[in-house]
Structure formats: C-alpha cells, structure tokens
Write a protein that binds this ligand. Structure first.
Ligand code: ZN
Length: 502
C-alpha cells in the first residue's frame, strides 16, 4: 500500500467508526429505546456526529487528502487510491462549504418545520405549516448558493443525493416518461376490478414475520451479518459490511405491507452486504447514489418479487402459512393481486405503475419553487391541480395532498427524483442481467436467486462508491440513465396482466 494511503486510512477509520456508532444509536432509537430516553439519546447522537464532523473538516484531513490526490494523479493504475481521492475530496468540499452557523440555523428551522408539519397534517391545516416551510425553502436556496452550481440552484441540492445529475436532465427524462405514463394509467384504471381483494384479509402477524424471514434468507440476505426487527417506519441501516439491519412493519389486514416492504429493505441490505470488504471503514463503503440504492430495493421488490415466477415459487409456502386467507386463491390470482394498478392520492401506498407520477408531481413543484415561479402559499392548489392532471384524482384535503410527506419539512429538496431514478435504473440493470444469465422468471420459479444476486454483486454491489452510478450504468448497459427499459417492462407486464394493449 502507498504511503499517502497508509497515512490517511486511520483518519477515515475514525470518522467511519464515529458515524456508524451514531447510526447504531439511531437504529436503537427506532427499534428498542424507551420513550423517556429521547432527550438523552438526542444529546448522545449530536455529540458523536459533531466530533465526526470536526474530524471530517479538519486541516489534518485536508492535508492528507491533498497528498493522496497528488499520489493518485501520478499513479492512475492504483484504483483504490484514485477512487478514495475523488470521493474524499468531494465529501470534504461538501462538509466545509456550509459554515457551522448556517448548519445550526438550518437544523433548527428544519426541526421546527418538522414539528409544525406533524400538527398541520393531523389537523389538516396547511396554514399552520406555511411560514415554517417558507423559511426552510429560503434557507435551502441559500444552501444551494453556498454549495454552488453551474446551471440551476436545484442542481446543488440534487447533487447531494444523486451526484452529478442535473435538474435539466431529470426534466427531460421525466417529461418523456410522464406523457406515456399518464395514458397507461388512464387505460389501466378504467379496468379496475377488485383484483387486490385477497390481500386485504387477516394475516397472522407472527407468521408474516416468519415467512418474510424465510424468503429473504433464501434469496441471500445473510443473517450472520444482519438482523430484522420491527419499527413504525421500515428502513435499512448499516454499521459495517458485516452488520446490516432491516426493519419491517406489519399490517395484519394487508399482506404486502410487511412482505413487500421487507423485500424492498432487503434489496438495500444486499447492496450493503455485497460491498467489497476491502473498502470497509473508508468513505467508499456505501451505496454510490440514492438512485442506485433505490434501484436495488425496487429490483427485488418489483422485478423479482412481483414476477410470475417468484409468485409461483412462494405461493405454496404462503398457502400453508395462511390457509384461511389464501386457500382458494390461485398463484395466478395472487400474482394479479400484488400487481393491481389503482391510482391513489398517497405516494407510499402507490403501485409500481402510478408511483412515478407521484414523484414527478413533487419534482415539478420543487423546481417551480426554486425558480420563483411558485410561492409556498400557492403549493396546496398547485399540488391538487397536478394530482388531477396526472392521476385523475383531486385531494379533498391537504393531509391527502401537500401535507402527506415529511421530506420538505426536513429540507429534503432534490430527494424525491431519486425514487424514480431508482425505478428506471432497476429496469436497465434487470434487462441486462436477463440478457447475461438467461430466463430469470424460470430461475425464480425454481427458487434460484443466486445467479441474479451474484450478477448484481459482480456488476454493482462490490464497487460501493468507488464507481459513480453513471459509470456503472454505462459499463454494464452501454447507456446512461434512460426510461426506455422501464417503460417496455411496464407495457409488457401490464398488457399481459390486464389483457389489453398498452
Ligand atoms: Zn428504498
């Protein structure tokens, strides 16, 4: 190993250990922590995170990143040094561009907005939230200016989640996708026929957890390097490549909540468990972008989990686990049920086809806000208009509309597009995997998941952040981000499922 790399690794290890320990406390907060510990836990997490931030913005680290970058440019064949220099430089610049006083002001404004958002949503009064949201938007404009951008202030925020992607690229992609999707959704919603009914029955919660655990273990989630627990909002978190945790929530009267939620989180976890152990405790031991991360969760949840082959594989297990709910439901009926398309007002309840329209609506409003074409006061009306135009549904109140997500209260502008980007990437990767390793549906039917998992490990997971999402896509599929494979997948699958032309 080179001298500059040797010198910087202990600094990376220290930052990684501190941030992952904070993440462990956050996981505990959601899973086990008693309510009374909220204040003390907030202090503990803040202390660890602020020490990590001090190290991550220190002069010592800056000097060693400089040495590493110099070495990397003289030794372009040293992959690890080159990737580390690129990613560490980027992280350092991002960590130091925002003055500490600004970070504190922003954190306070977002924390306040989160509390008023909760009250506003419960009482369905956007007016209670409006001023705090306007403040968060203003501060995020300032944040974009501090971070810097070439074309559009939104780019600076998008870049935090999807490095190097521009708002203009997202707009072009989304516009083309939307015009086709609106027609597909209108066609399918005209055919709504109650096919999802078998999912709305009683499913014993403990049995749901047991079945889910069996299935994700069979697919390849390593329980010696991870856990599954309950929490009110499902998530996946990582403390090291050998300790990746997923959480689930169970709805005893709606089967997909736990089962498909778990497949989703497991997809995130497989990505983290598949990172090259050599990258452990460095900034490279993470997913390369939120879009790429979401591509892994959506791939296992939808392309695999809602495929005919997979459903036929799990159907006998589900029937013996839930004889009352499913004994008269055939594999074909179950497959139709888990793929029912019904436009709805709430994003997190949306099916695979309508989901992206929810995302596009939010993206358009965010860009309009940052271009000053829309004021915060006009948001509820603008939301409802777009909902009607895209989904054919107009919210009757703001709780079902503009108040449904926490993201804006938290200042997460630029985050929403990564959900759709993940869907598009998942289809690009899945198409190429099928071309490389044969009839995937047949493999799933036979309970064979390792060919696909091994392919993902080889082509995506192992790199962590050492390759960008764009570079992975181009290397694997010969193309950058595009909507064509996802649209083709949707058209074929739902034309068959609904017996119609799409
Ligand atoms: Zn996800």
């Amino acid at each position: 190993m080179s001298e500059p790399l040797d010198a910087i690794l202990p600094l990376f290890h220290r930052i990684s250990d501190l941030t992952h320990t904070a993440a462990l406390l956050e996981w505990d907060q959601e899973v086990w922590m008693p309510d009374s510990a909220a204040a003390s836990r907030a202090h503990q997490i803040a202390t660890l995170r602020s020490i990590a931030h001090e190290f991550a913005t220190s002069d010592e680290l800056a000097a060693k990143i400089g040495d590493l970058a110099e070495y990397a440019s003289a030794n372009p064949e040293d992959d690890l040094a080159v990737s580390l220099a690129r990613v560490a430089t980027r992280d350092f610049q991002q960590a130091t561009k925002l003055p500490t006083s600004f970070v504190a002001t922003l954190a306070e404004a977002e924390s306040l907005a989160k509390s008023t958002w909760r009250v506003a949503r419960e009482s369905d009064q956007f007016a209670l939230f409006q001023d705090d949201l306007a403040r968060v938007v203003d501060l995020n404009r300032e944040k974009a200016a501090l971070l810097g951008f070439d074309e559009h202030p939104y780019d600076a925020l998008l870049d935090l989640y999807e490095p190097d992607l521009r708002a203009s690229q997202v707009s072009t992609l989304f516009e083309a996708l939307r015009s086709e999707l609106v027609v597909i959704v209108a066609t399918l919603s005209g055919l709504a026929d109650g096919r999802a009914a078998p999912l709305h029955r009683y499913f014993e919660p403990d049995v749901q957890l047991e079945v889910g655990r069996r299935v994700v273990e069979k697919i390849g989630f390593d329980f010696t390097a991870g856990r599954q627990d309950l929490s009110s909002h499902p998530f996946c978190t990582t403390f090291s490549i050998t300790d990746v945790r997923v959480t689930t929530r169970v709805d005893e009267n709606f089967f997909p909540s736990a089962f498909y939620g778990l497949l989703h989180e497991m997809g995130h976890a497989l990505y983290e468990q598949g990172i090259n152990p050599r990258l452990e405790r460095t900034p490279l031991a993470d997913g390369t972008s939120l879009g790429m991360h979401e591509s892994q969760s959506r791939l296992w949840e939808n392309q695999v989990g809602r495929s005919r082959g997979f459903v036929e594989h799990v159907h006998p297990q589900l029937c013996s686990a839930f004889p009352e709910a499913l004994s008269t439901v055939s594999a074909g009926e179950f497959h139709r049920a888990v793929n029912a398309v019904t436009p709805s007002l709430i994003r997190v309840e949306a099916d695979e086809v309508t989901y992206n329209l929810h995302v596009m609506l939010r993206f358009e409003l965010e860009v309009a806000l940052f271009e000053d074409r829309l004021s915060v006061a006009e948001l509820p009306e603008a939301w409802n208009d777009l909902s009607e135009a895209y989904l054919g549904l107009r919210p009757s109140n703001d709780a079902e509309g503009v108040l449904q997500d926490i993201h804006w209260a938290m200042g997460g502008f630029g985050y929403f597009p990564t959900y759709t980007i993940g869907n598009l990437m998942s289809a690009q990767l899945f198409k190429k995997a099928a071309a490389d390793i044969g009839d995937l549906d047949e493999q799933f039917r036979a309970g064979q998941f390792s060919p696909l998992l091994d392919w993902l490990r080889e082509n995506v997971h192992r790199f962590g952040r050492s390759r960008s999402a764009d570079s992975i896509l181009r290397t694997v599929t010969d193309q950058g981000l595009t909507a064509a494979p996802w649209l083709a997948y949707i058209r074929k699958k739902y034309a068959d499922l609904y017996g119609t032309d799409l």
